[in-house]
Design a binder for this molecule. Structure first.
Ligand SMILES: Cc1cc2nc3c(=O)[nH]c(=O)nc-3n(C[C@H](O)[C@H](O)[C@H](O)COP(=O)(O)O)c2cc1C
Length: 205
């Protein structure tokens, strides 16, 4: 395995040179989520995860508000969280489906809940929530670049008030999603991708 260490961030005010990176282009060209159920040990170590979260926190953010935060779930804490969700799921009308969905949480070795944590003020809520989505996306990319599989999942527990309370979400916070991380047991296959001509047009004036 290659050296997974992440370079130190630039110092505040340093010029950032955009020299380009063929390696990064190659990574982006095959960007793909791994199935959560295919994620296995070893997951990122605590130090590696700290690096991944530092990279994810470089997401664009209007107003420098950092309107998001991370809750890390691993080992016994993740198991306790899953047990709590299981109890909440059992009381739901779709209990069987909700409980079955928890396999995506229990299987991967590491989970990161990304919470949108918006601030009052002049920056629109929509922009702050988009920034939380960008954090999730960067976390996926960083994980892939580090050689881990990753999957961004919302599922019912991102929207269930009891589940969010169990997670520790504060008033006004929403789950942008759970990003599951781990070694990839089974390489994902390429999936259908959009026909770009249907999505892109030049402004006709
Ligand atoms: C905000 C968001 C929430 C998602 N939630 C789920 C989910 O709950 N369950 C699921 O199977 N896939 C979910 N996905 C889709 C997967 O993360 C993944 O993007 C999808 O399987 C396609 O694979 P790809 O990322 O390799 O293109 C979600 C994606 C996004 C962006």
């Amino acid at each position: 395995m290659f050296d997974r260490r992440v370079p130190a961030p630039p110092a505040f005010g340093d010029p950032i040179h955009a020299d380009g990176s063929p390696d990064m282009l190659a990574q982006l060209a095959c960007r793909r989520s791994a199935s959560a159920l295919s994620l296995t040990t070893p997951g990122p170590s605590p130090d590696e995860l700290a690096d991944l979260l530092r990279l994810a926190a470089r997401a664009p953010d209007h107003g420098k508000l950092f309107p998001w935060r991370f809750i890390v779930l691993r080992d016994t804490a993740k198991a306790r969280f899953a047990a709590g969700l299981d109890a909440i799921a059992a009381a739901r009308p779709d209990a069987d489906k909700a409980r079955a969905a928890l396999g995506k949480l229990t299987t991967p070795p590491v989970a990161v809940a990304v919470l949108s944590s918006p601030h009052d003020g002049k920056i629109p809520l929509w922009e702050q929530e988009l920034s939380a989505g960008a954090v999730c996306m960067l976390l996926l990319l960083a994980a892939q670049a580090m050689g881990y599989g990753a999957n961004w999942i919302t599922d019912w527990y991102s929207f269930d008030a009891d589940a969010l309370r169990l997670l520790g979400a504060r008033a006004g916070e929403k789950a942008a999603g759970f990003v599951y991380l781990g070694a990839v047991a089974e390489a994902p296959l390429e999936r259908v991708r959009p026909e770009m001509a249907a999505l892109v047009s030049d402004w006709a004036g």
